[in-house]
Write a protein that binds this ligand. Structure first.
Ligand code: FES
Length: 137
């Protein structure tokens, strides 16, 4: 096999990470209540995560106007995605389904129709993998 051809039997070992902003508090949220970002983090931490997927919390992703926010990453070879307007009461199952579909790819590009609606409609940004060549190359 040529060195530049991908071996389909080789599994991508880079894990997929859901990084949740635990300090997100959408406008209009009760300031005395637990922050919805923290609620989302707790819900995902308690959920059965897809194989190869982990969850972690951070304080602020600089997407505060789109609270609750999270990032989906998967190593150097996958595109990363920033999502916003997440609701811990409505979106946990979709986030898990989207993370599972993402983890099944080698490049992070899940076909549009296979993405849960929350990933189709609430993407803030996608960030190219470090390994993608520059368009100027
Ligand atoms: S507080 Fe969540 S993105 Fe800033």
């Amino acid at each position: 096999m040529a060195e530049d051809m991908a071996d389909p039997t080789v599994q991508i070992t880079a894990g997929v990470t859901l990084t949740i902003c635990t300090t997100c508090r959408p406008e209009g949220t009760d300031p005395e209540a637990t922050r919805p970002g923290s609620v989302l983090m707790a819900a995902l931490s308690e959920a059965e995560l897809p194989e190869g997927v982990t969850v972690r919390g951070v304080e602020c992703l600089s997407a505060c106007k789109r609270s609750c926010a999270m990032v989906l990453t998967g190593g150097d070879d996958r595109w990363s995605y920033v999502y916003g307007d997440l609701d811990p009461d409505q979106h946990v199952d979709d986030i898990l389904a989207g993370a599972a579909a993402y983890a099944a790819t080698t490049d992070g590009l899940v076909p549009w129709r296979q993405r849960p609606q929350v990933f189709r409609k609430q993407s803030i940004a996608r960030i190219p993998p470090l390994t993608i060549p520059s368009k100027d190359d």
